[in-house]
Design a protein around this ligand. Structure first.
Ligand code: NAD
Length: 490
């Protein structure tokens, strides 16, 4: 694949004024390409152009069905280039090609969904209490800053760009520094689909300078962020200074609960998929599994046996189940967290090290790992590892289980495995999380809102309401009385 040293700044593809960013293939450690990221002037230019482009009558007054047509065109181009985009994302992030194909399809689906949602978006005529007609309508915000992480770039980018454009805004996208390539490819494709110049900028660069400048820019009216909780807190604080709306999709340490009556084939398959797909680099990874004491050993034994059979390999091989982590540095961080778990007294039931063999030597591989022997209060059970590491914990009593499952600063997701719908209902309603899966895990529909509780975030994405997160509500009153208002006595 050929790459150019160009980024999208205010409608113009050109070399960024910032640092050189080297991206590497995590399966081989080889440099894919190096591009110059954005500098602060580029941020300013992108935001200014976005503001002007969003105010142009050609965009501002575009009828909903015409804007929808553009989004559908973008979806069509994503579908046409699906294989190329999936391969690019696999090379850039290391993810298995089966997963990146699904992410590309979901990105196209997101543009199509918000095209349809945009056509059904309605204001409301509200009941009057006087001689007037009252209405509630929605207006674009102007320039939206979108900041995304490296784990599923095309899907995260689409989840922000599609509803923001659908609502009539301009978008300045700041992708993660480790994985800018697929975001730039998406930018090319959106330009080609005919989005008027200036409405989208794609600015790779370091978060602490370029991301921060996007957040603090006075003309950026909303920031939508997906990433870690520490970064989310800093962005939330900067947004508070500007009194700017912000939506934060942050980290997780999601519990999965196995009751004694669970269907174990479904359960084992669901738990392994929930933690080890994407090599655990997923905000919703089910990283703590609570297993009822009555069948703790049996379930754990099955989990370990199946984990040892998972196929480790490069993301480009469709047979691969567990691909390398995104970078060697991140792999070393995961390894350090497993070492700390050992110091905390964990038993390592499988994994706990990189795989051996010459085919793995150059890649950022780490074996899928299962630990037990820790309490829920341990650092290993409280902190997000963002790697292929599962901690098993036994429970005997439902009350204690709910308390432990909720004993986390996070509240992103949960899985419940039981054949008894009453148990599932009771526990699902008590779990502090934005999404609960019952007898399944990590399933998603663009029509279903997604968001975190507690320190997993604020605001929701997806669903028809997802567009409204990028709009400002306005009330209109139309005087209908034939007489002057009585107060002035006119
Ligand atoms: P990160 O927070 O380090 O970075 C995310 C993005 O923020 C990157 O583009 C980065 O450059 C930028 N950034 C960093 N510091 C910034 C600052 N001060 N101001 C503005 N931007 C800044 O996260 P990551 O390591 O890229 O991604 C992994 C994290 O993302 C995990 O915690 C994971 O749980 C979370 N995540 C959450 C969801 C969700 O929907 N809840 C989805 C995927 C990933």
């Amino acid at each position: 694949m050929r790459f150019t040293d160009e980024i999208l700044i205010g409608g113009v593809w050109r070399r960024g004024g910032g640092e050189l960013i080297e991206t590497r293939d995590p399966a081989t450690g080889e440099v894919i390409t190096a591009i110059h990221g954005a500098d602060l002037d580029d941020v300013h230019q992108a935001v200014e152009s976005g503001r002007r482009a969003a105010a142009e009558p050609g965009w501002r007054d575009l009828l909903p069905h015409e804007r929808a047509r553009l989004l559908v065109r973008i979806a069509g181009l994503i579908d046409e280039r699906a294989e190329k985009l999936a391969t690019l994302q696999t090379t850039d992030t290391g993810k298995s090609v089966n997963e990146t194909r699904a992410l590309v399809a979901s990105a196209a689906g997101t543009f199509r969904y918000f095209a349809a949602a945009l056509e059904t978006l309605e204001g409301a005529r509200t009941p009057p209490r006087g001689q007037y007609l009252s209405m509630s309508v929605h207006e674009p915000i102007g320039v939206v800053g979108a900041i995304t992480p490296w784990n599923s770039p095309i899907a995260s980018d689409a989840q922000k760009i599609a509803p923001a454009l659908a609502a009539g805004n301009a978008v300045v996208l700041k992708p993660a520094e480790w994985t800018p390539l697929v975001s730039l490819a998406l930018g090319r494709l959106i330009t080609e689909a005919g989005l008027p110049a200036g409405l989208l900028s794609v600015l790779p660069g370091p978060g602490r300078t370029i991301g921060d400048a996007v957040v603090r820019h006075p003309l950026v009216g909303k920031v939508t962020f997906t990433g870690g909780t520490v970064t989310g807190r800093a962005i939330g604080a900067a947004a508070a200074e500007k009194i700017m709306p912000v939506s934060l999709e942050l980290g997780g340490k999601s519990p999965t609960i196995v009751f004694p009556d669970a269907d174990l084939d479904l359960t084992v398959a669901g738990i392994l998929y929930g933690i080890f797909s994407s090599s655990g680099q997923s905000c919703i990874a089910g990283s703590r599994v609570f297993i009822h004491a009555d069948h703790y050993d049996e379930v754990l034994d099955r989990l370990v046996r199946h984990t040892e059979k998972l196929r480790i390999g490069p993301g480009g091989d469709p047979a691969t189940q567990v691909a390398p982590l995104v970078t060697h540095a991140h792999r070393d961080r995961v390894a350090a967290m497993v070492d700390r778990a050992r110091e905390e007294g964990a038993r390592v039931l499988c994994g706990g090290r990189p795989p051996e063999g010459p085919e793995y030597a150059a890649g950022a591989y780490y074996l899928p790992t299962i630990l037990d022997g820790l309490s829920n209060g341990s650092a290993t059970c409280q902190e997000e590892i963002f790697g292929p590491v599962l901690v098993a914990l036994p429970f005997a009593d439902e009350e204690d289980l709910v308390q432990q499952a909720n004993d986390s600063v996070y509240g992103l997701a949960c899985g419940i495995w039981t054949r008894d719908y009453r148990t599932a209902w009771r526990v699902a309603r008590r779990i502090e999380a934005g999404t609960v899966w019952i007898n399944t895990y990590k399933q998603f529909s663009i029509s279903t809102p997604f968001g975190g509780w507690k320190q997993s975030g604020t605001g929701t994405e997806k669903g028809r309401e997802g567009i409204l997160a990028y709009a400002r509500q306005k009330s209109l009153y139309w005087g209908m009385g034939e007489e002057p208002l009585p107060w002035a006595g006119v």
